[in-house]
Write a protein that binds this ligand. Structure first.
Ligand code: FAD
Length: 275
């Protein structure tokens, strides 16, 4: 995780791995051991070695020890799923939730055809917005789920989670009610889960995505992070761009909308370097 500066679903709250590494010990190619494990919150003694080695993917040194920042575990967690009409609506909702909800803890997106794929895999439609589902060819359908329609993407399912030491449910529900994505989000497109069983059920549609993709074929995987003002355009256009390069390819998009990170999975394409 340190060498790849890995993230996860809570980067928007806590930052990436680099933000957690406050001390590092590493061995250089000539055997020199560098150790900077003090872990001071303010450290102006020179280069930020922890930041340098985090994400260096083994190109600079072998990391042999790290000192990590710890965060108190939130005791109260509430999760919501929203069905939104488009990626631009999802980006607008994400921006508003980030501005208005201090306890926001995760903000994940399952785009259009990806939801059809994971729903098929789970044997269950999404709890909200099932009528918006468009088939995904990789899930056995024959429509162009996931492709742009008139310059805008298809529907998007957003998972928004709030967490803290104090129950954040009221704050989350109030923030969802205030959402303005060109219009209010209708009640029947919002599900809020308070208990662990219902929360897990909502999360399954995001957490089972990778398994659903792998069950449908061998994906080409790309990890793309964009600034918010480029995200909706990217999501709307990339499936058609991929299809123009390989008519048999299907693009499945999901990821960490809160930090602009989209997992791009291309199924049914030729081998690398092939047609
Ligand atoms: C650029 C990148 C970003 C990634 N981001 C995420 C993410 O955000 N979330 C996620 O879940 N997964 C992510 N992954 C997948 C990631 O590979 C795994 O999460 C995890 O880091 C793999 O651990 P591993 O021990 O199997 O490492 P390996 O697959 O063995 O190695 C991964 C890389 O780290 C280097 N490396 C391994 N050990 C050391 C060491 N001790 N010192 C120095 N370098 C070392 C290797 O040379 C290699 O470049 C990412 C992968 C890459 C390449």
């Amino acid at each position: 995780m340190v060498a790849t500066n890995a993230g996860g679903v809570n980067v928007l709250r806590y930052g990436d791995m680099r933000a957690q590494v406050v001390g590092v010990e590493a061995v250089l190619a000539d055997g020199t051991v560098l150790s900077h494990m003090g872990g001071l919150a303010k450290d102006n003694t020179g280069y930020h070695l922890a930041g340098l080695f985090t994400g260096s993917e083994g190109t600079l040194a072998v990391v042999t020890a790290v000192r990590l920042r710890l965060h108190p575990l939130p005791t109260e967690v509430v999760t919501a799923m929203l069905a939104l009409p488009s990626a631009s609506a999802a980006v607008a909702a994400a921006a508003q939730l980030r501005r208005e909800l201090d306890s926001l803890h995760a903000l994940e997106a399952v785009f259009d055809g990806a939801m059809a794929l994971v729903s098929r895999h789970l044997g269950s439609p999404p709890p909200v917005g099932a009528e918006l589902l468009r088939e995904c060819p990789a899930a056995g359908g024959d429509a162009a789920g996931g492709d742009a329609a008139g310059g805008e993407s298809g529907p998007v399912w957003l998972l928004a989670e709030a967490a803290g030491r104090v129950d954040p449910a009221d704050d989350l529900v109030a923030a969802l009610a205030r959402l303005d994505v060109g219009a209010a989000v209708p009640d029947h497109h919002v599900a809020v889960a308070l208990d662990p069983t219902r929360r897990r059920r909502l999360w399954a549609f995001r957490e089972q995505m990778t398994e659903a993709v792998n069950a449908a074929g061998t994906p080409h995987k790309l990890d793309v992070t964009l600034a918010p003002d480029r995200l909706a355009e990217f999501v709307a256009n990339v499936p058609a761009v991929v299809r123009s390069a390989d008519a048999g390819a299907t693009t499945v998009l999901f990821g960490h909308l809160g930090d602009g990170n989209v997992h791009v999975n291309v199924l049914g394409a030729g081998a690398d370097g092939g047609p």
